[in-house]
Design a protein around this ligand. Structure first.
Ligand SMILES: O=C(O)C1=C[C@@H](OP(=O)(O)O)[C@@H](O)[C@H](O)C1
Ligand SMILES: C=C(OP(=O)(O)O)C(=O)O
Length: 411
């Protein structure tokens, strides 16, 4: 299937309600399974959250989490800690290429019973629950923060809690902080200093309702649209200033592209293109916010700004190799772009010459589809395999319609 995107009209003050953060939702689902007194509001309706929710209720001996990285990593630790579990945990063919060895090694150090079913270091995994896990573990922190979040999420349910020693540089750090803040919200005490995290056990929690903030990574596509417009303004809900999500840094990053964020009193934000961009080059280290790299690269391309992004080593092991995917697709549009294993360098060039429809391949990566869609404001864009967006944002195309971009789906 292909989606043809076309700018149809300019909607002045569109309002878009975005589904809950999938990162917050998937943490809260694991915590709710461990501590049933938690009620969750504004849960994400993304495939990744639906698949985790089903997996937690499943009695099937094989649990398939498709493309959902957080579900894969969080459930690995969850099933280890659940005494009576005996499951094969698997995922899509891409998931079977995404490494999990460091997490398995850490859990085995704690006493877990996990076997690789096919390739050493990768899903599928055969997991059997154990009676007691050790209260100390070390893990390298530079490959994926999800491994560490997985350990932290089960930590309060362990009899003696858990002391985690992080080795080396810490990647995607705000996601660790998100996990810790959610633990704190349910009453867990922790200490995080330097390379050491200590999490105390918790036996009972007070019944409580936690409301998930909407997804900031999903908001990034609206920031890009506004940046690429001449004077668009969009209101998004439900967002707050003191977000748990690192991607909330978009509000600051997009000031570089002339976009101003206003936090309204009613949990909405209004983002507006305030001024033309006088910037010719941007340099950003995205080690803390890998999921907005594609959006920023495409915005820079659309605005004709040179873009140098560093801290991108994790992009190679996400839904696709995002560095190679960006290079291929931006080159197709005429960009001069170089990538290394951890950075991207795009030279400014003009998109004014593009008039015919450009087709973007998505490589089973929702963020490839959504990051390139805003270019429809500048020239007609077609997206291959468009429904990949449902991994994080099922209503993406209907929400684009609200701001004046129509989608035609062709088989
Ligand atoms: O913990 C999380 O919710 C996430 C952590 C990040 O992964 P890495 O830590 O692997 O970079 C991010 O890219 C992913 O989309 C969600
Ligand atoms: C990398 C992502 O997700 P995950 O690792 O959870 O599959 C993402 O949503 O961009």
């Amino acid at each position: 299937m292909i989606a043809q995107l076309k700018k149809i009209n300019t909607v002045k003050n569109a309002v878009v309600a975005i589904t809950g953060s999938k990162s917050e939702s998937n943490r809260l689902l694991i915590l709710q399974a461990l501590f049933p007194d938690i009620a969750i509001e504004n849960l994400s309706n993304s495939d990744d959250t639906v698949v985790l929710s089903k997996a937690l209720k499943s009695t099937n001996p094989v649990v398939d989490i498709h493309h959902a990285g957080t579900a894969m990593r969080f459930l690995t630790a969850y099933f280890v800690a659940k005494k009576d579990s005996n499951v094969v945990l698997t995922g899509s063919s891409r998931m079977q290429e995404r490494p999990i060895g460091l997490l398995v090694q850490a859990l085995r150090e704690m006493g877990a019973n996990i076997e690789y079913q096919e390739n050493e270091g990768f899903p599928p995994l055969q997991i059997k629950g154990v009676e007691k896990l050790k209260n100390k573990v070390t893990i390298a922190a530079g490959v994926s923060s999800q491994y560490i979040s997985a350990l932290m999420l089960i930590a309060p349910s362990l009899k003696e809690g858990l002391k985690i020693e992080l080795i080396g540089d810490i990647t995607s750090r705000p996601y660790l902080e998100m996990t810790l803040k959610l633990l704190k919200e349910i009453g867990v005490t922790y200490h995080f200093q330097g390379q050491n995290i200590t999490i105390s056990p918790l036996t009972k929690i007070a019944p409580q309702t936690i409301t998930v903030e909407s997804d900031w990574s999903s908001a990034s596509y609206f920031y890009s649209l506004v940046a690429l417009s001449s004077n668009m303004s969009v209101t998004l809900s439900a967002y707050k200033k003191d977000s748990l999500q690192g991607d909330a840094s978009l509000a600051t990053v997009y000031e570089n592209f002339g976009v101003i964020t206003q936090f309204n009193g009613d949990n909405t934000i209004t983002i507006t293109k305030e001024k033309e961009v006088d910037l010719t080059e941007i340099h950003l280290n995205l080690i803390n916010t890998p999921d907005i790299a594609q959006t920023i690269a495409v915005t820079s391309f659309g605005l004709g700004i040179s873009c140098n992004l560093t801290g991108l080593h994790t992009l190679k092991i996400k839904e696709t190799d995002r560095l190679e995917a960006l290079k291929t697709e931006l080159s197709k549009l005429g960009a001069s772009i170089n990538v290394t294993n951890k950075s991207l360098h795009l030279k400014a060039n003009s998109v004014a010459k593009i008039s015919e429809v450009k087709t973007i391949e998505t490589y089973q990566d929702h963020r490839m589809a959504m990051a390139f869609a805003p270019l429809a404001l500048l020239f007609p864009v077609a997206i291959e395999d468009p429904m990949v967006v449902s991994k994080s944002y099922p209503e993406f195309y209907s929400d684009l319609e609200k701001i004046g971009i129509s989608t035609t789906f062709l088989e």
